[in-house]
Design a protein around this ligand. Sequence first.
Ligand code: EPU
Length: 348
Amino acid sequence: MKLTYNCTIPNTFGLPVHAACLLEYDSAAELRALLVDGRFSAELPLPLLHIGSGSNLLFTGDFPGTVLHSRIGGIEEMPFHDEKQAVVRVGSGVVWDQFCLWAAQQGYWGPENLAAIPGEVGAAAVQNIGAYGREVKDIVECVECLDLQELTMVTIPGSDCGYGYRESRFKNEWKGRYVVIAVQFRLRKDEWTELDYGHVRQALIARYGGDIGLSPMEVRQVIVDIRAGKLPSPTEIGSAGSFFRNPFILPEQYARIAAIAEKDGLGPVPHFMNEDGTVKVPAAWLIEKCGWKGYRDGNAGVYEKQPLVLINATGRATPDEIVALKDKIIDSVRTRFGVLLRPEVEII
Ligand code: EPU
């Protein structure tokens, strides 16, 4: 366990924000002793805030309480005998992409489309991270948590987690109740691909000459390359990945946007029909058509290859600059297209 006072909060935006206290724990037992049995709790400044690696957070200023961070490691196969599947238990503090790489190296299918997403395993299960046609919910068998209300360990089946697009019960009615200790994933040993998003299939064919006899490692490599071409590397440019969610709108709203696009010569409006009858329009398109792609405002900016990503362009941005830019983008998209963009990142 590591307890640090008055320190910088880890955040991939690279913002200079500080917490009164940062507590990193290495096991469920440690956390339980601290929070449940109350051994140190009186010393910990309040409130408490649980974070992963800070890759989906925007801190609007210093945090007056204690930031908690899991360092629980470990990737272990569960005793589960099936020729076609494996169940793997992964500690909440494992870096998400290390797990993705491990799975691909074993030849296990499931997380390869989610390769190179920044963050850690616990946060991935809370946020239901997704990319290139696959979401974490597709492979979560169950989530092992410390229940702060009942003071017990619980194992919650993936099917009870209320997973939806970047949503889960952990983010809503369960907020603050459960701390993820480990996640069990159900992976497949036989080929299980999802190649129909964007240009994934074409990129695979271009690189490997066809999809016969593919391995998870090959798919992973193509996804890593696609991401590198579109998204800023967190080690070079500060960001929190997609800043906004893709909006799901009503068909009549979509018709209004299509009419605006036709009148203004914006070309066809990209869209995807959802099962519930709503229409998903890429926030990136709406933002680009409002003229923000590559925009710079002081130290904050909009990434030139993917306008869904707000960036700390100089490395010296302040939270206020990012917040001001976010507000301007929301206002302009609402004024031009009548769509209210919702942030995907959590604003603290
Ligand atoms: N688009 C533009 N201009 C651009 C880029 C994209 O108009 O500069 C339009 C295009 O029509 C394109 C569409 O947006 O077809 C979708 O673009 P992309 O495939 O890049 O995906 P996205 O919807 O913008 C989502 C996730 C990403 C994930 C990609 C790939 C959200 C909020 N974001 O972005 O996730 O990597 O799909 O699956 O759902 C993240 O969450 O941090 C993240 C990067």
